[in-house]
Design a protein around this ligand. Structure first.
Ligand SMILES: [Zn+2]
Length: 86
C-alpha cells in the first residue's frame, strides 16, 4: 500500500498528519496533530482554497474592484466583501 505524504497547509509539517473523515463533498479531510487544525487537499469552493484571502487583499490593493476580484477568482462578490471587512 502506498503511503502519501501530506503536508499541513497551516504549519507545513508532514509528521503527525492523520486522516480525519470525509467532508460532505466526499473529499478527504486531514487533521494536523502539531497545530490541531483541519484541512483538505481539494475544496469544492474556490473561496476555501488556501491563499485566496491574500489574493483578495492583493487585488484590492492594486486597484481591482469587488466585482473584478470576484470574476477573476471565480468566487461570489459577497465573499470578497466579507474578506475585505476583516
Ligand atoms: Zn499543522
Amino acid at each position: 500500500m502506498a503511503v502519501i505524504q501530506v503536508a499541513c497547509i497551516h504549519c507545513q509539517k508532514t509528521d503527525n498528519v492523520v486522516k480525519n473523515g470525509k467532508a460532505y463533498t466526499g473529499h478527504q479531510r486531514y487533521l494536523c496533530r502539531n497545530c490541531n487544525k483541519c484541512f483538505q487537499l481539494e475544496y469544492r469552493y474556490n473561496a476555501n482554497q488556501p491563499g485566496t484571502h491574500e489574493r483578495i487583499i492583493d487585488m484590492a490593493m492594486n486597484g481591482s474592484g469587488v466585482r473584478d476580484t470576484a470574476r477573476v477568482l471565480r468566487i461570489s462578490p459577497n465573499t470578497v466583501v466579507a474578506h475585505l471587512k476583516n
